[in-house]
Design a protein around this ligand. Structure first.
Ligand code: FAD
Length: 468
């Protein structure tokens, strides 16, 4: 194979990470990308999502931002309020995000983000989707990975073997790839229950417009967070302000029994109202609009930092390797950034026509290690920050909370806000980070470092810190 773009690629999962990585490889000119997805279509997308400038930068370069932006809300500020009184603790103006970082901070519908990526993939003849198809197991992680897939409703007799040159495993928080990879490496999987769950609520404009306070919320360009002890609700308009999206975090008290396969369970409306019973009347009125039987509750799961994200010619990305609490609104952004960086580093793999399969696999494996060194410290830091931010947001009465509220009252003028997603210093660190440019700038140095370590028979670890 003279051209690296003829490599056969399998992407596992068509979530944000899988769609993003398939598109990023296609845009780099790779010609054979097969995406295997358990769901029969794009799966659960019934919620809102924040799209920060670091994500928008990548989507823009992938050429799919315009359609998504058409329905998005350009966020101009955030209001952090005491849940019980609706009193504003802090107002952080964000009028100049685009000016500072080159791209806006937006909120949108997940269906709009997933749909935009999917539509762009469909324009690429290189990308083929295999919906309702499950990755069952790996027969081998290299030199040419061999994976067993089968129709979702099929049995063992329907299994088939797929052999490719590399696998991009974006199979989410419950990643089968991660499980098998860690088992093969002799590492114990350390999934963590965060002790938190989330309600996802979408209210229609028609349900809100009779109420002036609600109408003001859906008509604003703001993200609002109501906080209380061990709980909060974050809310913003999506879908051209036709839908108001609310997402909560609260103690995971309703999960005595296991959740279903998608971590989406039907919650009880009475239980939801009880969780937020001491929140203000405005919040009550909104929660009360949710029809009985349509309360959607997600369990928030996590995993201890992995010793590695890559094994042979298989790389993990997105929630499969760095699941995060949502408090920093960076999960999907990190997954899509991972894909863009993977495409950048793999496109730089140099192979000549006479290279053996083993030589080629070794080159791919080195490219994956470059990806890991670029992304792992950054993502691990963000996962940790999301955890820390949640802890501060959920403080109960006491000195620490008084100090937090004093800092809130400075409205970001000190350069820092306790709600980390809204904090100017954190925004600078995350939004100013151009992951692809970093890959371009750092690729040769990191690759040389890896080759040198290989020669010396030792490898540097890229572990980070994580408090969850
Ligand atoms: C309450 C909440 C709010 C959030 N808010 C935000 C936000 O505002 N902004 C943000 O950036 N992020 C947010 N996130 C995080 C974000 O949703 C995730 O980090 C992101 O969707 C991860 O993408 P992924 O592709 O890695 O995984 P997923 O989206 O989970 O996709 C994995 C896909 O793989 C498929 N799959 C799994 N196993 C197999 C298999 N064996 N074979 C075939 N297919 C398989 C699944 O069906 C799924 O489609 C939030 C998360 C939560 C829980």
């Amino acid at each position: 194979m003279a051209d690296i773009r003829d490599l056969r690629i399998a992407a596992i999962g068509a979530g944000m990470g899988g769609l993003g990585v398939a598109l990023a490889f296609a845009k780099k000119g790779f010609r054979h990308i097969d995406v295997f997805e358990t769901a029969s279509d794009l799966g659960f997308v019934g919620a809102g999502i924040q799209m920060p400038p670091n994500l928008v930068r990548v989507l823009s370069r992938l050429g799919c931002w315009e359609d998504i932006y058409a329905e998005a809300t350009d966020v101009k500020g955030t209001s952090i309020r005491e849940g019980s009184t609706n009193k504003e603790l802090s107002h952080v103006a964000m009028p100049d995000i685009e000016e500072k970082y080159g791209f806006p901070h937006c909120t949108g519908h997940r269906a709009s983000l997933a749909g935009g990526l999917y539509k762009a993939c469909q324009k690429e003849p290189a990308v083929r989707f295999h919906f309702a198809t499950v990755l069952v197991r790996y027969e081998s992680f290299g030199p040419r990975p061999r994976l067993v897939v089968r129709p979702r409703d099929g049995g063992e007799a329907d299994e088939r073997l797929v052999e490719v040159d590399l696998v991009l495993a974006s199979d989410g928080i419950k990643s089968a790839t991660r499980h098998q990879m860690l088992a093969e490496l002799g590492v114990e999987a350390q999934e963590q229950d965060t002790g938190q769950a989330a309600y996802r609520i979408m209210l229609k404009r028609s349900e809100m417009e009779h109420d002036p306070e609600m109408l003001a919320l859906i008509d604003s360009d703001e993200v609002v967070r109501w906080i209380g002890e061990r709980r909060h609700i974050i809310a913003y308009p999506v879908a051209s302000k036709q839908i108001y999206n609310l997402s909560s975090a609260q103690p995971d008290d309703h999960f005595a029994k296991a959740t279903n396969a998608t971590y989406t369970t039907r919650g009880s409306k009475a239980a939801m109202l009880k969780v937020f019973e001491d929140f203000c009347p405005l919040v009550h009125r909104m929660l009360d609009l949710v029809p009985d039987g349509e309360v959607c509750e997600w369990k928030l799961r996590s995993h201890k930092p992995l010793p590695t994200w890559v094994h042979g010619s298989v790389a993990l990305l997105g929630d499969a390797c760095h699941p995060t609490l949502p408090h920093l609104s960076q999960g999907a952004a990190m997954a899509i950034e991972d894909g863009a960086v993977l495409a950048e580093v793999v496109s730089r793999v140099a192979v000549d026509a006479n290279a053996t399969v083993e030589d080629r696999a070794a080159a791919i494996s080195r490219a994956f290690k470059v990806y890991e060194r670029l992304r792992k410290p950054h993502c691990t830091a963000l996962v940790d920050l999301a955890f820390q931010s949640g802890r501060v947001l959920h403080l109960g009465e006491g000195k620490a909370r008084e100090e937090r509220d004093r800092e809130f009252r400075l409205n970001g003028k000190s350069g820092s806000v306790p709600d980390k997603w809204a904090s100017p210093d954190v925004q600078k660190m995350i939004y100013g980070h151009d992951c692809v440019q970093e890959a371009v700038d750092e690729h040769d140095r990191i690759l040389a470092e890896i080759k040198e370590e290989e020669e010396q028979g030792q490898e540097k670890k890229t572990d980070g810190v994580h408090g969850a």
